[in-house]
Design a protein around this ligand. Structure first.
Ligand code: PMP
Length: 360
């Protein structure tokens, strides 16, 4: 719809600025060097090794690249292979709404039942007592996502500790979607499940190079999990994709050796978030707190009481600014006058979006 109406597109979550020339050159070099055939099923060893080193320096957890890291076709395949490998008919899986839209269908396709706990605006925090009240003998897994799409909320150490206690008590697998691990702002610190011993021994952590290196179209990600869980994930991965783009894996392995290539990402996007918030100032759209990811929620209660879907369509068609209704991320289509705007865009794009928002 954004294309059809020539609207500024802040809807889907992808950057509109270029990938590093160095990284592109590395892919080119690897293609020329003949690294063009099937990669090993779990991923190129050099890439898995540098991922293990990075996890050790970032989260102080030792993971075995041989048996605990699997390279996947983006974070989405890591999520799907995990659910396909570990959820069976009759299992219940707890997830939070709003949430990234692949979780529910992946659970249902594998015979499981999603059990939803709603996060509550404006801070989209988790009510852990409600989570515990939904656990029964069929509960197999709980899916968390921090930093969170679509809300930009982040989990705190206290959340991870409570999650650890609940998962241990009820013997649950935790699937932790951490694709925005490096896009985190202000004084917040990313709380990976890998930092917590009791979680690392029963969790699958999912990451995406698409988010970290501005290359969502390459679809390369990975799953980190204890060997006993990784064995099951790989059984699905083997028959879903078998293996992932070889020259890109080699290039990523070389590019990751230089921490400067990813450690500044939080600062980079914080500047973008602040630039977008500056643009919103003076309009009746009200920003909600955003502590991570590249999404900013705006409440339009001060502008209109249209349902979210209608409001998003109206803004796209009549005012040439595309966003996503947050109701699209809820199973029950909950409607709270909220729209999601992606600020992973060039400053000029954000400025033009601001001009439209400030008309209200
Ligand atoms: N999880 C979340 C929370 C996401 O927002 C996305 C991308 N929109 C993904 C996973 C998927 O990542 P990838 O593009 O690497 O498949």
């Amino acid at each position: 719809m954004a294309q059809e109406h020539e609207a500024i597109n802040l809807s889907q979550g992808f950057p509109d600025f270029p990938v590093s020339d160095v990284l592109i050159e590395l892919i080119h070099q690897n293609m020329k060097a003949g690294n063009n055939q099937y990669a090993p099923m779990p991923g190129v060893p050099a890439l898995r090794s540098i991922i293990a080193e990075t996890i050790s320096s970032t989260y102080h957890r030792s993971v075995d690249p041989e048996t605990e890291i699997t390279i996947t076709a983006g974070g989405t395949e890591a999520l799907f292979s995990t659910i396909a490998g570990l959820v069976s008919a009759g299992d219940e899986v707890i997830l939070f709404d709003p949430s990234y839209d692949s979780y529910g269908p992946a659970i249902r396709l594998n015979g499981g039942t999603p059990v939803v706990v709603n996060l509550v605006a404006p801070d989209f925090s988790i009510t852990w007592d409600e989570v515990e009240s939904k656990i029964n003998g069929k509960t197999r897994m709980i899916i968390v996502n921090t930093p969170h799409n679509p809300s930009g909320a982040v989990l705190k150490a206290a959340d991870l500790k409570r999650l650890e206690a609940i998962a241990e008590k009820h013997d649950l697998i935790v699937l932790s979607d951490e694709v925005y691990e490096r896009i985190i702002f202000d004084e917040e610190v990313h709380e990976s499940v890998l930092k917590y011993k009791g979680l690392a021994s029963r969790a699958v952590a999912v990451f995406s190079f698409g988010k970290t290196f501005h290359a969502t179209g390459w679809k390369v990600g990975y799953a980190v999990a204890p060997a006993v869980l990784t064995r099951e994930i790989r059984k699905s991965h083997q028959f879903i994709t078998f293996s992932v783009n070889t020259p890109v894996q080699w290039a990523l392995a070389a590019f990751m050796k230089e921490p400067d290539n990813y450690t500044g990402l939080g600062r980079y996007y914080q500047r973008k978030r602040d630039a977008f918030l500056d643009q919103v100032k003076g309009s009746s759209f009200e920003p909600l707190p955003c502590k991570g990811s590249y999404f900013q929620l705006l409440s339009y209660r001060g502008v209109s009481r249209k349902p979210e879907m209608e409001m998003a369509e109206w803004l796209t068609k009549e005012h040439k600014l595309a966003s996503i209704p947050v109701s699209a991320f809820y199973m029950d289509k909950h409607d709270d006058c909220l729209l999601r705007f992606c600020f992973a865009k060039q400053d000029d794009t954000l400025m033009r979006a601001g001009e439209i928002l400030r008309k209200f």
